[in-house]
Design a protein around this ligand. Structure first.
Ligand SMILES: Cc1cc2nc3c(=O)[nH]c(=O)nc-3n(C[C@H](O)[C@H](O)[C@H](O)COP(=O)(O)O)c2cc1C
Length: 408
């Protein structure tokens, strides 16, 4: 039997192995730093916010089939890989409307972000800006366009719009976006009526949260979240400040079931920057939008929060890219939770991926630092996948491509 020769303990070697870093005493920060996936951050988020808030973010419509279908389809994408190409320099940047972003992701518009973390939209926009990424502010934001511009003046910011029942209301919001330096408008078209989200109905979600007897127990469980709610500015739909309408009146005003392609023409006459139509799920609609001359579209089912059983965006991505990809930018969203997920969409021809829940988990877990962690993890996995597939830039990623195998 071979034996290892023993010496006296080697103290200098022992000392050289000691990690002299101070321990991290904040459990929140420690969980963020240790997270290896966005699911880890979602897990941390669940501990930080009331159930009603977590469910509002994580949930989708009716049977919630669309969300898992989309996730499954993204995971069924298999990447082509090339060998023996020098990948010592890998560049994951993309050019969007003439300026570079450091990763092919865009922060999707999400409403009520201050419900998830008291700093809300500015925290997310600050993390996006530090990483040279675009942030989209929702019409249903809890920070107004001007407040966001003041808080993060150097951000690249897009504004998400609903065409409202009264077009004059939309005009007033467009004016705010224009005056606050927003670069592009995202027109969301998949909300002709509100989606039916059973988790929210069961949890009795209201904005702002109503104080009931059960709230006392909720406060005891997440005291810091509630303390932040009561000690920071009022939670409200900031773009509608001063409108003096109840939540119900506002929702009835915001979603317009009569919206049509004519409204796109109308919007083009009101806004001279880029317009991106979000909520497309059909190649013929994509062709009409191309003819109308919009600058981009998002293949999206609103994170399956509206229509539950629509087509899965990634399954129609190649067809849409083939039909209109040379006429406008094709974005995609829904269930993208890692750098590998993003890679799948880029390899199938997308310009970039809108991410929603991914960053919301980060912000719920740990505010701006949580969002930065999301970006770090996405970048790590995306760049690693680029190198392992032998691609040095996004043009090569798209040329090398990927295949969607199997069926839902
Ligand atoms: C909590 C939450 C709020 C949202 N609010 C809006 C909104 O106000 N306007 C909009 O166009 N899309 C909204 N979305 C949809 C996102 O823009 C995006 O389409 C979706 O989140 C993508 O799926 P993902 O969350 O799985 O990444 C929201 C999504 C979530 C999760």
């Amino acid at each position: 039997m071979i034996k290892s020769k023993r010496n006296l303990p080697n103290l200098p070697y022992f000392y050289s192995l000691i990690d002299w870093k101070l321990p991290i005493f904040s459990r929140r920060k420690s969980a963020t730093l240790k997270a290896q996936t966005i699911e880890d951050l979602a897990h941390a988020a669940k501990k930080r916010v009331p159930k009603v808030v977590f469910d509002y973010v994580a949930g989708s419509a009716l049977d919630e089939i669309g969300y898992s279908r989309a996730q499954d389809a993204i995971r069924r994408v298999q990447f082509n890989a090339r060998i023996l190409r020098d990948v010592s320099e890998v560049d994951p940047s993309e050019t969007i409307f003439g300026s570079k972003v450091d990763l092919p992701i865009v922060f999707a518009p999400t409403g009520y972000t201050r419900l998830m973390h008291h700093v809300g939209e500015p925290a997310v926009a600050a993390a996006a800006t530090k990483n040279n990424l675009i942030y989209s502010l929702s019409t249903m934001g809890t920070t107004s366009p001007q407040e966001l511009a003041d808080a993060v003046p150097h951000s690249r910011r897009w504004f998400q719009l609903y065409v409202m029942k009264n077009r004059e209301d939309s005009k007033a919001i467009i004016k705010q976006a224009r005056e606050s330096g927003f670069e592009a408008l995202i027109l969301t078209v998949d909300t002709t009526v509100g989606g039916i989200r059973l988790r929210d109905l069961r949890n009795g979600l209201t904005i702002p949260p109503r104080i009931r007897l059960s709230t006392v127990f909720a406060i005891a469980r997440k005291p810091i979240w509630w303390l932040n709610l009561f000690t920071t500015k009022k939670l409200e739909f900031a773009a509608f400040r001063g409108w003096n309408k109840s939540l119900l009146e506002l929702s009835n005003t915001i979603y317009s079931p009569s919206i049509s392609f004519e409204d796109i023409k109308w919007l083009q006459s009101e806004w001279d920057g880029p317009i991106i139509v979000k909520g497309v799920l059909n190649v013929d609609d994509a062709k009409i939008l191309a003819e109308l001359g919009v600058q981009g579209l998002v293949l999206s089912s609103h994170g399956s929060r509206q229509l539950d059983r629509g087509l899965v965006p990634i399954e129609i991505l190649p067809e849409v890219v083939k039909a209109v990809g040379d006429k406008m930018d094709i974005y995609i969203d829904g269930s993208f939770l890692s750098g590998q997920d993003v890679y799948a969409a880029i390899a199938l021809g997308a310009k970039a991926v809108f991410v929603g829940r991914a960053y919301l988990y980060g912000v719920m877990a740990d505010g701006e630092r949580g969002v930065e962690k999301v970006i770090e993890l996405m970048r790590r996995d995306f760049v690693n996948t680029m190198a392992l597939t032998g691609n040095r830039n996004l043009t090569e990623v798209r040329e090398t491509g990927a295949v969607l195998r199997g069926k839902n």
